[in-house]
Ligand binder design. Structure first.
Ligand code: RRO
Length: 291
């Protein structure tokens, strides 16, 4: 392990974090991920009021990944209680809202306890939340500023479902973001040929897992050219070689989501390869593919 590192104003134990949405709904599950070698964890996204989520089926396994349409289920302000046992741990709270004011309200609940906040501007199927905001540079800048001005390290998670992700990253940077996280899920759907209708209750959802890794690498590469704040790579990472590739594209740290569902030991396994005597020096490889 490299010892503590600092990325986007947050002190991490290593370069590998739990991505938002996976196993991030309770303090106990977050503690378990940290105990299993993650350098930091990101919670499930928390919003301005409690939400049940979309009707099922809300998650299907496909070739190379998973399509989810959970529908932002979360307990809202009550989630504060889940964090009491995690004081001092590298916990980043993912938050969402429909307006800059809502983002600021939710951010305020966690500003005292979280190591950082990750603004979710990128859920592909959240009417009025998520990608509706994350594809509009002016709204991205405004929501980012509303949170960053609280003085808590502010990361902004972007959607790949836009024409020019670099322009969106630049807007977040203008709003005062400390880091960009790229990417959330890729908008996707499956249809049952037997039932002649979409499989998911919400009809469409977001694809994660190995299938989206090349999309995520391209997004990180574009953002590295467009921004001067650190980029946190996320999307389909499942091996140490994937981590190295994403760092070469420009990522200073890496979030892992879908692969954790198959193997909770993945953080320790990847760290073991990454930080072995003949492993990498992250400072030396970040962005090297741009030379
Ligand atoms: O809860 C979800 O359905 C969800 C969210 Br908030 C998100 O940001 N990305 C995603 O794929 N699903």
């Amino acid at each position: 392990y490299p010892g503590p590192i600092e990325v986007g104003g947050v002190r991490l134990r290593n370069h590998l974090l739990l991505a938002a949405g996976v196993l991030g709904t309770t303090g106990a599950s977050l503690a378990r991920i940290l105990h299993n070698g993650a350098g930091g964890v990101v919670t499930k996204s928390i919003g301005p009021s409690p939400k049940e989520g979309h009707p099922g089926p809300c998650l299907i396994v496909v070739d190379g990944g998973i399509i989810n349409a959970m529908g932002l289920p979360n307990p809202s302000a009550a989630f504060v209680d889940e964090l009491t046992a995690l004081a001092g741990e590298p916990v980043i709270v993912s938050i969402f809202g429909g307006t800059p004011e809502e983002f600021r309200t939710v951010a305020g609940w966690f500003a005292g306890t979280a190591s950082g906040l990750e603004l979710n501007l990128s859920c592909p199927h959240a009417e009025g939340y998520g990608a509706a905001i994350g594809s509009d540079p002016a709204l991205v800048e405004e929501c980012t500023r509303a949170v960053a001005s609280l003085g808590v390290p502010t990361w902004v998670k972007l959607t790949p479902n836009v024409a020019d992700i670099g322009a969106i990253g630049a807007a977040a940077e203008r709003g005062g973001a400390n880091a960009i996280v790229a990417v959330n899920t890729v908008k996707a759907m499956r249809i049952s040929t037997a039932l002649r209708r979409p499989v998911l209750g919400n009809r469409f959802g977001g694809l994660s897992g190995k299938a989206i890794f090349p999309v995520a690498v391209r997004c990180v590469y574009d953002l590295y050219e467009a921004c001067s704040i650190p980029i946190v790579g996320c999307g389909g990472v499942s091996t140490a070689d994937n981590v190295v590739e994403m760092m070469m594209a420009g990522a200073s740290a890496i979030e892992i989501g879908s692969a954790v569902i198959d193997d909770i030991g993945i953080f320790a396994a990847i760290a073991n390869d990454l930080y072995s005597p003949d492993g990498i020096d992250a400072r030396e490889i970040v962005g090297c593919a741009h030379a």
